[in-house]
Design a protein. Sequence first.
Lengths: 336, 198
Amino acid sequence: MPSSLSHLRALCAAIALLFVFAHPAAAQLTFKPTAEAVQEDKLLNALKEGDKITGRVSIPDTMASSLIQPAGRDWRDFQRSTLPIIGGIAILGMLALLAIFLMVRGRIRVDHGFSGTKILRFASFERFTHWLTASCFIVLALSGLNISFGRILIMPLFGAQAFATMSGWAKIAHDYLAFPFMLGLAIMFLIWIKDNIPGKLDWQWLKQGGGILANGKHPPAKRFNAGQKGIFWIVIIGGTLMSVSGWYMLFPYLPGNVTALQFWTVIHAVIAMLFIAAMLAHIYIGSVGMEGAFDAMGTGEVDLNWAKEHHALWVAEEQAKGRAPSKDGTHAVPAE
Amino acid sequence: MARVKFLCDADRCIECNACVTACKNEHEVPWGINRRRVVTINDGKPGERSVSMACMHCTDAPCAAVCPVSCFYTTADGVVLHSKDLCIGCGYCFYACPFGAPQYPKVGNFGSRGKMDKCTYCAGGPEADSSPAEYAKYGANRLAEGKLPICAEMCSTKSLLAGDGAIIAEIYKERVMKRGYGSGMWGWKTAYADSPTG
């Protein structure tokens, strides 16, 4: 018995000794757990732009693991200084350009006057799609501008309470109308892509400045000229960027990451300003800026002389297919 | 008047999460929202530190600057508060906040954001002090009762300090002098950088 006890004692001593030498305590002796702890200053200095100090949290909310993200202050500066400059230059600048253009060039007339004969330019489904997207766009643009500039421009007029109530409804409209807008965008892409592939004619059209400045000069164009193709692609690319960035804002728990959300909100805001400016030009030329242009999206039928001046090749194609009135102004008789 | 602040002495924080729990209980904070949280940096490595973080009640608060409906206001004590009646749940304050303070119940359109909720420094909201309406929206108004925020008051190691910014900064500096180390006044540079005097 005593001998086995002494064996046990020897074993214990050996194990204890093993702990002394093998345990990382030896390493800890060189590390000062207090003085060499993480320092906020060092972490902040080591941060790259847009980065954040993160750690571990015991609550089941991954977003809460971000401790400090100084980029929030940059985002504030973007909203307060950069965005108003971008938006102001884009939107006010475009309005000023259009006003100057109207004064210098005046309304673009139909050179040969109205013929009284109509040709179908946009079928009812095309017009429906256009106005679905357009009406959503107008509400989205106004409610979006309200988010960015309403506090400065509108709130002083109505007071904080009324403005907040209005903005609350505007936000709901913005959220819900995003979906029909995206639907319209998708349909427009599908039905108009075939007429909007850039070609050689577009280059000629652009070289002649679209005949916009020179009276009575009309470079030939098919269904859509280079300017209209430009608008199409602005809408498709701009609208897609707005949809993708907006999707993350509609479902903010999707990225679950404040840095990603900051990125998408900046994209959303900048593209929105440029998009609105481009659409102002589109609205101008489709209404005040050009005689006879609104009919295309109004009744869907444009005057034959307007069509010949702006889309000579398209008119020829339509006439060849028997879908348009012939040169003498009589309607082609459809085969029974 | 004093300019009140929070200061977390991370060298004292033992990550017990009592501040988180006390806050949730004091204000009956809704499920899924934590006005205060404890983040552990370098978890499991030598020199790890835990920091208790909530709204820092910033100078020139980014949330207030970007709010589209101007629902934020700063009290005479320097506490940043907001009105849930005005809030439209757009999320801008969340993007701008350096400390992840604004949070939202998921009751908005498509289960996104409802009205924002954040730390009030136990100072309620725009409603009458300590009224049931104020309590329902923002929780208890301890400041109106002459008390400091519950999280700091019950911190067992006195890691989390609340009160006049100048005084708690002085307490922290004395601690650092005495013990010879300190991992920093977490968040102060980011929250109060615009006011060199603090």
